[in-house]
Write a protein that binds this ligand. Sequence first.
Ligand SMILES: Cc1ncc(COP(=O)(O)O)c(C=O)c1O
Length: 363
Amino acid sequence: MAMTTPKLRAELDGIPTYKPGRPPAAAEDGASGPAYKLSSNENPYPPLPGVLEAATAAAAAFNRYPDLACSALTGELAQRFGVPAAHIATGTGSVGVAQQLLQSTSGPGDEVIYAWRSFEAYPIITRISGAEPVQVPLAADETHDLDAMADAVTERTRLIFVCNPNNPTGTVIRRAALERFLDRVPSDVLVVLDEAYREFITDPEVPDGVDVYRDRPNVAVLRTFSKAYGLAGLRIGFAIAHEPVAAALRKTAVPFGVTQLAQDAAVASLRAEPALLERVAGLVAERTRVAAALAGQGWTVPETQANFVWLRLGERTLDFAAACERAGASVRPFAGEGVRISVGETEANDIMLRTAEAFRKEL
Ligand SMILES: Cc1ncc(COP(=O)(O)O)c(C=O)c1O
């Protein structure tokens, strides 16, 4: 019998694989000390007080399956945000929840709209669903072009991602602009406000998605414990959405996908609010310092409300990333477009700033 290969879905052809931020190589050029990772928008701090203890205690029982419903965490989140527990759905990182949102809404023949460039998982998970990605270029100032996104809606549109602040540019959408956009989107199209970096926002004009979702049944909010809360390695995120959507998320969840370690660590993290706020304030102060220093060197730095900055370097992108790597800090290049630089430890930021200054002088 002729050997054939298993039949795979045609939609998978040509899907790019997710590129994680590079871990840093050892510093060269005589630089000493540890090498730093500024390539994945992670939190540079160790776990918040009480979190390691909670996770360790949960680890002692990992012969058991976790709580399928994530009840304790769901209860905490419901109380914290003042929403019904039925409106909360957890998942394996917010990217896991985003994938469930697509599975719940979109398939072959459907369209999914998002800005580009934005979070690099959007095209991947959209294509996996079988739906067609509709990428709407960012405006010249690196912000979402919401008018163009609303214009792109057709009768086939099922879901729109709005990334606020946007990864990788750090730019935000303010209240009036978001409301105007949402008023234009048909009520049977789900709008997902991806707020992975919400905790770093200091601009009062940027709306909290949880306020926006309340009287808009077609809006869902995505949040994560990976960034400000520092639980990236535990894979836990959640959505806040009205019942039909949240219920669909519970149906599409991988059973027992969120471990008990992650659940208990998330609850402990929520209870460590004062330490969280202190760390976020520290990172925001570093963000301000880094952005001002880069601007002082002559770079154009889009105003950022996240824990990273964006430099549109075009053809020089890979050279800049290589220079940072040699100096001991890895950043995230998007070849031909620009680099996203996470705000990390002061020393890491200083390494990057020294490299940026030298690079600028050579231009
Ligand atoms: C905009 C945005 N959304 C979602 C995520 C996914 O984060 P996680 O799956 O760790 O919650 C990221 C991570 O980089 C992101 O930048």
